[in-house]
Design a protein around this ligand. Structure first.
Ligand code: SF4
Ligand code: SF4
Length: 172
């Protein structure tokens, strides 16, 4: 009996000097893996224009029907994104989302990305719908907020010109 008590206490004593496996969340946050898929955000270009062109490809690719996009027309006096259209409404229902990343893969302008934020909590259904104001990144330093007044004929391409990575590898 005494032997068992001593054995039990020695286990307790030993664990007091071991490195704890728990952390003091939320003061301390554990870094996530590189490929972790957390809360989405909508990116901007360096000049502040929004990458999202309201094409709805992300909504079409979403297996959970979690995304709702409504597009409106850009003008040079009131431009939100390059090209003809921008997302005037962009919503993700976080209660539906399964964090598969298909929206990210489908996006032609790399506007929607899943980040590393896992602190998603809400107390009613309406709070679970994340709108554009919540999702859109802040304006980067040196950029201007949207809508912007832009030079006519400058931002006609909705999708940026991209190089074939294989060509770049070949020339390196
Ligand atoms: S991560 Fe998947 S489920 Fe969530 S919004 Fe994107 S496509 Fe839909
Ligand atoms: S996030 Fe990308 S795929 Fe979705 S509407 Fe905007 S540009 Fe299109």
């Amino acid at each position: 009996m005494l032997r068992e008590v001593v054995r039990g206490l020695s286990t307790t004593l030993k664990s007091m000097f071991e490195k704890p496996v728990t952390i003091q969340y939320p003061e301390v946050k554990r870094p996530v893996r590189n490929r972790y898929r957390g809360r989405h955000h909508l990116r901007r270009y360096e000049n502040g224009l929004e990458r999202c062109i309201g094409c709805s490809l992300c909504a079409a690719a979403c297996p959970a029907g979690a995304i709702f996009v409504e597009a409106s027309e850009n003008t040079d006096e009131e431009r939100y994104s390059p090209g003809e259209r921008y997302a005037s409404t962009y919503e993700i229902n976080m209660m539906r989302c399964i964090f598969c990343g298909y929206c990210e893969d489908a996006c032609p302008t790399q506007a929607i990305v899943l980040g590393d934020n896992y602190e998603l909590s809400f107390t009613d259904r309406t709070q679970a719908i994340y709108g554009k104001a919540m999702l859109l990144d802040p304006v980067p330093g040196g950029g201007a907020p949207t809508p912007q007044r832009t030079e006519p004929g400058k931002f006609t391409r909705a999708v940026p010109e991209m190089k074939n990575p294989e060509d770049e590898e070949a020339s390196a």
